[in-house]
Design a protein around this ligand. Structure first.
Ligand code: AP5
Length: 214
């Protein structure tokens, strides 16, 4: 399947895409993870992206376009799930053109619906493993006891002021893409509240219904 997982910061896109990869072999392509890796390695791309990410702003379209398209090509244009791309109308147009040119259109855009106050709770209590990038939540999914606590860190863009800005940027620039995909009959909304497994079960259900629809 060719999927996009869509939703605001903290909606659980990375968590759910990770589970889809583990359990259904659908490769997770996270532009956020690719950019953070580039930042850690201090590549040219990482240096260009750093100030945008740390301010909670979007990285310019043309910088992310190439890395998303390359990652899709690396998966041979199938069995992938885009997590965090597209995020602007320009990126959505480019993605449609790119996939159309390869005759590999999207099967669905899964939109995770979570209220703002829950998003803030999730992001402010999120922690990540500094070396593996594994994501945890201090209340719902705490790091295992055998993990060195010094390696459990907070993402630089998970500070309260930056979280507020990321949510505002999402509302202004990314949320309108829901209608873009609704108009193309690709959008499937999923209630993203409740436990991680509960949400995963709902995603499996809608994807199964979609697959049977043909
Ligand atoms: P990115 O890394 O994509 O961040 P984001 O979209 O803001 O999303 P998050 O990773 O914060 O949240 P998520 O929805 O994946 O939630 P998660 O599963 O971690 O992008 C970062 C930055 O990179 C952007 O701000 C931008 O600057 C740049 N960027 C990336 N792509 C770009 C693009 N295409 N164009 C331009 N710029 C781009 O879950 C969050 C927390 O909640 C975790 O702690 C998790 O354990 C917990 N949790 C998850 N599900 C549940 C649940 N059901 N119940 C309780 N807790 C849960």
């Amino acid at each position: 399947m060719r999927l996009v997982i869509f939703g605001p910061p903290g909606a659980g896109k990375g968590t759910q895409a990770g589970l889809l990869e583990q359990r259904h072999g659908i490769a997770q392509i996270s532009t956020g993870d690719i950019l953070r890796e580039a930042m850690d390695q201090e590549t040219d791309l990482g240096q260009k992206a750093k100030s945008y990410i740390e301010a909670g702003e979007l990285v310019p379209d043309k910088l992310v376009r190439q890395l998303a398209e390359q990652a899709i090509a690396d998966e041979d244009y199938d069995d992938f799930m885009l997590d965090g791309y597209p995020r602007t109308e320009q990126q959505a147009e480019w993605l449609t053109e790119f996939l159309t040119a390869h005759e590999t259109p999207l099967d669905a855009v899964v939109s995770l619906e979570v209220p703002d106050d829950e998003l803030v709770r999730r992001l402010s209590r999120r922690r990540v493993h500094a070396e593996t990038g594994e994501t945890y939540h201090l209340d719902h999914d705490p790091p295992p006891e055998d993990v060195d606590p010094d390696l459990i860190v907070q993402r630089s863009d998970d500070q309260p002021e930056t979280i507020r800005n990321r949510l505002a940027v999402y509302r202004d620039e990314t949320a309108p893409l829901a209608s873009y995909y609704e108009d193309r009959s690709l959008l499937v909304s999923v209630d993203g509240t409740g436990g991680i497994e509960e949400v995963f079960g709902r995603i499996e259900e809608v994807l199964e219904a979609r697959a049977h629809r043909g």
